[in-house]
Design a protein around this ligand. Structure first.
Ligand SMILES: [Fe+2]
Ligand SMILES: [Fe+2]
Length: 218
């Protein structure tokens, strides 16, 4: 594909994704998409077998159906609906037909949790890791507090209080998110560069919550 053609498609996709996600709630807004795009480019730099155009388009479109999932209160899966939306958008912008199923496969497997399609291609593994990376490290801590604040949860609580509570409750603190989810993400990374970046970010995150416990409970 010529540089100019892919440049035009990319610009059109960026404008569309920005319009759809600009006002999405903080943890999954357009800024999240841009951070995932940067993470994906960083990982792809070390994996020359990956097609960078597929990686970029998939990163940009991976959460395109988030607003529908939120509006349906979780009844719609954004990874599943995202496949249809991405296909429509890429077709509308005259993306070469060969690219579309490859991008859609990345979107369909980006939130793999043991069910649904597993990331198989190198590009799909990169998108999976790039998305998880945004939940680890300083950004992950920031997003966890952002989410807890929106849900009116406590600033901090003990491990007991956090673990023995329900999601969306007053005890659904950033620390609960860390204990039940974020601290485990490092072990789920699929690419070597993704694992390295995750280990570095996770170290900071563990340190942050240790310090928080020390300041409040010691
Ligand atoms: Fe997602
Ligand atoms: Fe995402």
């Amino acid at each position: 594909m010529s540089e100019q053609l892919i440049g035009n498609i990319m610009n059109n996709v960026i404008a569309r994704v920005r319009a759809e996600l600009e006002y999405a709630p903080g943890c999954h807004d357009f800024d999240h998409t841009l951070r995932v795009l940067r993470n994906a480019e960083k990982i792809a730099e070390e994996l020359p077998e990956a097609n960078l155009q597929i990686v970029r388009l998939s990163a940009l479109l991976h959460d395109i159906a988030r607003p529908e999932e939120m509006a349906s209160k979780g009844a719609v899966c954004h990874a599943v609906l995202g496949i249809d939306k991405a296909e429509q958008i890429l077709t509308e912008f005259d993306c070469p037909k060969l690219f579309i199923p490859r991008v859609c496969a990345c979107i369909g497997s980006h939130r793999f949790r043991g069910d649904g399609p597993e990331p198989e291609s190198v590009e799909a593994k990169i998108i999976f890791d790039a998305d998880k990376l945004d939940s680890i490290g300083a950004v992950g801590v920031g997003r966890a507090f952002h989410f807890a604040g929106r849900e009116n949860a406590r600033l901090h609580n003990t491990e007991q209080e956090a673990i023995n509570s329900a999601p969306y409750s007053r005890e659904d603190s950033a620390y609960r998110e860390y204990l039940v989810k974020l601290r485990l993400l490092e072990s789920r990374m699929l690419t070597l560069p993704g694992k390295k970046l995750a280990a570095e970010r996770a170290e900071f995150m563990h340190l942050f919550f240790r310090q928080l416990n020390r300041e409040i409970y010691d």
